[in-house]
Design a protein. Structure first.
Length: 94
């Protein structure tokens, strides 16, 4: 899968860096299990875990090529959102 990233205009670096997220973590979430939900406009929101167990929420837009996506941002959900995701994952395993 080809993954392209939104670049912060001030730094020229992927926007995800500002949230303490690496490209490897984003790709682990995109390739792994989790919840892939519709977001605003044509965007998608994938919530999942990295190999290290960190929960991330990745916002992306699928490209015309099904093997390519454009990542807008990614960050670790906090509070109720994180608890709700973990609760849903526990229910799926039961």
């Amino acid at each position: 899968m080809e993954v392209r990233y939104y670049l912060d205009p001030d730094t020229g670096q992927p926007h995800i860096y500002g949230h303490g997220v690496s490209e490897q973590e984003v790709e682990e979430v995109l390739r792994g299990r989790g919840e892939d939900l519709r977001a605003a406009r044509n965007a998608r929101r994938k919530i999942g875990q990295t190999a290290a167990g960190r929960v991330l929420q990745v916002f992306y837009v699928p490209d015309e090529d099904p093997e390519s996506v454009f990542v807008i941002t990614a960050y670790e959900p906090r509070g109720k959102a994180k608890k709700a995701f973990r609760r849903r994952q526990r229910r799926k395993r039961q």
